[in-house]
Write a protein that binds this ligand. Structure first.
Ligand code: GLC
Length: 473
C-alpha cells in the first residue's frame, strides 16, 4: 500500500501540540509493521524549523500553484526521518512567520498547502492508495480530491481518511472566501457551508471515505452536543464511517533508560535512577529536596479545556497537604496570572514555570511522583501515557482518551492510575488523596508504579488498526 499523510505539523520539524507527536511517530510505526508499504508525509516548511534540520533538507522540485487568481511559488524539499520520507512545501510568504497558526490569513495559507499537496502528486510520481489528512489545516486536501480531482487519471483511485485530533478547531471562515480564497465552486457551497460560514472540518467529514478520531470514547462523545462544538448533527449523519483509534507514544523518544536529558537513567527493573531524577528536579526548581514528599506535576497548555478551573478551586487545599506541586506550561493570561500568584502564596511547596520547555518537561515526567490531568475534554491526551513511561502515576478525569487509557487502581489496586468521573474539584481532590494515600504505603506504591510502567502505550496495536482501516477502503 502507498499512504500519504497530510498534516500541518510533525516532530521533530515543527510542533505546537500532540498532533506533531502523532505525525512524527505513527508513520514510522506503520513502516515498522509493514516494511513493504510506502508511507510518506507532507507538511509545510516553516521558517521556525530548527537550523540543524533545515540544513539536512534536499531540494526536489518547484512549480507554480494556482489558487483562483493567485499563482504562487511552491518549492518541495524532503528529508528521511525514521525510514519515512517527509516532504516540505516551501513558500516563504505563507510559512516564514513567527508562529505555525493564528495568522490573519490562516485560511489562505492552508488552502495553498492543500492545493500544493494535490497538485504535486504527479511531480513526486506518487499517487497514494490512501491519503490520510489530519485536522482542519489538511481538510481541503480531502475536499479538493473529492470535488475537483476525483475524475482525473491517477487521482480517481485515491481513497481518503480524515482524522479529527480536536473537534474544537474546525477551520471556520466567512462565506465570501468560498471562491476567492478556497477556489471552490458555488456547487461546493453545500459541502463546506455550516452555520452560516465555511467549515472545512465539516467538508472533510462529508468527503472522506473514513473519519477517525484519536480514541474510541471521544468518537462516542463527539456525537453529542456537549462535546461536538456544533458538529454532532453532521457526525451522526455519517456515523457509519466514524471510528476511534487510540494514539500511542514513541517509546524511544520517551525513554527513561535512553533519554540523555535526564540526570540518571532508570527502567522498570532498576528504579534507583528515578530517585536521583526527583532530587535533581526538586533542586533545579528550588523546592526542598525531600525524597518522602510526593511531587505532583502538571505539564499543559494553560487553556480552559485542560481542567484548570478545577485546579484553581482546589489548589490552595491541595497545597495544605504534605505535597509539592510543579506546573509547567503557558497559555491564557487568566491562568498564567492565577498560577503565578498561587506560587507566590505557597513558596515552600509550589513552583510554576510559565513556558514550553521540552527538556524540562522530560525532567518533570521523570522526577515527579504523580501527574495530574483533569481535562474537561481530551480527544486522546498523550501526557498520561508519557508520564506512565517514567513511572509517574497519572490522576485523570474520565473523559475521551484519558478514560480509554487509565483505569482507577481502586482498593484492589488493579488499575494504572487514579481517576474521577464527575467534573468537580472535590472529586479531583478525592482522586488525588487516593493517590497520596497509596504513596504513603511504600510497598503498595512500588507495585502501582511497576504496573503503570508496564502498561503498553506503544503504537503496536493502534498501527495495526490503521492498517486494517486502510485495507478496508
Ligand atoms: C490534540 C488533542 C489531544 C491528542 C492530540 C494527538 O492535541 O487535543 O488530546 O492527544 O491531538 O492526537
Amino acid at each position: 500500500m502507498k499512504i500519504l499523510y497530510v498534516a500541518s505539523e510533525s516532530t521533530p520539524f515543527a510542533a505546537s501540540g500532540g498532533l506533531a507527536d502523532v505525525i512524527g511517530s505513527l508513520p514510522a510505526a506503520l513502516k515498522n509493521q509493514n516494511p513493504e508499504d510506502d508511507i510518506r508525509v507532507i507538511m509545510p516548511l516553516y521558517g521556525t524549523m530548527d537550523a540543524a534540520w533545515r540544513e539536512k533538507l534536499t531540494f526536489l522540485t518547484s512549480r507554480t500553484v494556482a489558487l483562483n487568481w493567485r499563482n504562487q511559488y511552491c518549492g518541495v524539499f524532503s528529508a528521511v526521518y525514521r525510514n519515512v520520507t517527509y516532504y516540505f512545501i516551501d513558500n516563504e510568504y505563507y510559512f516564514k512567520r513567527g508562529a505555525l497558526y493564528g495568522e490573519f490569513d490562516d485560511g489562505e495559507r492552508f488552502a495553498f498547502f492543500c492545493r500544493a499537496v494535490v497538485e504535486l502528486l504527479p511531480d513526486l510520481d506518487f499517487f497514494p492508495d490512501v491519503l490520510h489528512a489530519h485536522d482542519w489545516q489538511a481538510a481541503l486536501a480531502v475536499i479538493y480530491l473529492k470535488r475537483k480531482y476525483g475524475f482525473m487519471e491517477g487521482y480517481s483511485s485515491i481513497r481518503t481518511v480524515f482524522t479529527i485530533h480536536n473537534i474544537q478547531y474546525q477551520g471556520k471562515f466567512g462565506l465570501d472566501s468560498l471562491s476567492d480564497v478556497f477556489d471552490l465552486m458555488p456547487s461546493d457551497h453545500e459541502i463546506v457551508e455550516y452555520g452560516g460560514c465555511i467549515n472545512l472540518m465539516k467538508g472533510a467529514i462529508i468527503c472522506a471515505d473514513k473519519v477517525t478520531t484519536v480514541s474510541p470514547t471521544y468518537a462516542e462523545e463527539i456525537l453529542s452536543p456537549k462535546f461536538s462544538h456544533g458538529l454532532d448533527p453532521i457526525l451522526k449523519m455519517f456515523k457509519g464511517k466514524l471510528s476511534g483509534i487510540l494514539n500511542g507514544i514513541d517509546r524511544d523518544y520517551y525513554s527513561p533508560s535512553k533519554n540523555t536529558e535526564l540526570p540518571a537513567s532508570f527502567h522498570v527493573n532498576k528504579m534507583a535512577g528515578k530517585a536521583v531524577c526527583k532530587a535533581e528536579l526538586q533542586r533545579s526548581v528550588g523546592l526542598p529536596v525531600d525524597p518522602d514528599k510526593p511531587v505532583v506535576a502538571m505539564i499543559t497548555r494553560l487553556v480552559d479545556s485542560k481542567g484548570l478551573d478545577l485546579l484553581t478551586l482546589a489548589a490552595d487545599d491541595l497545597l495544605q497537604e504534605n505535597v509539592q506541586l510543579i506546573l509547567l506550561g503557558k497559555g491564557d493570561f487568566y491562568y498564567e496570572d492565577y498560577f503565578w500568584h498561587l506560587a507566590e502564596r505557597h513558596p515552600e511547596n509550589c513552583r510554576v514555570l510559565l513556558r514550553f520547555d521540552q527538556t524540562l518537561a522530560k525532567q518533570i515526567y521523570a522526577g515527579a511522583d504523580i501527574f495530574l490531568m483533569p481535562s474537561r475534554t481530551e480527544p486522546c491526551g498523550l501526557a498520561q501515557m508519557i508520564c506512565s513511561r517514567y513511572g509517574t502515576v497519572p490522576v485523570i478525569h474520565e473523559t475521551g482518551g484519558l478514560y480509554d487509557s487509565i483505569k482507577d487502581a481502586g482498593c484492589e489496586g488493579g488499575g494504572n492510575g487514579y481517576t474521577f468521573a464527575s467534573y468537580s474539584a472535590w472529586d479531583m481532590l478525592c482522586a488525588l488523596r487516593n493517590a497520596l494515600n497509596c504513596y504513603a504505603d511504600k510497598a503498595a506504591w512500588k507495585k502501582l508504579v511497576r504496573r503503570v510502567m508496564l502498561t503498553d502505550f506503544s503504537w503496536d496495536v493502534s498501527a495495526g488498526k490503521y492498517t486494517e482501516l486502510y485495507r478496508s477502503i
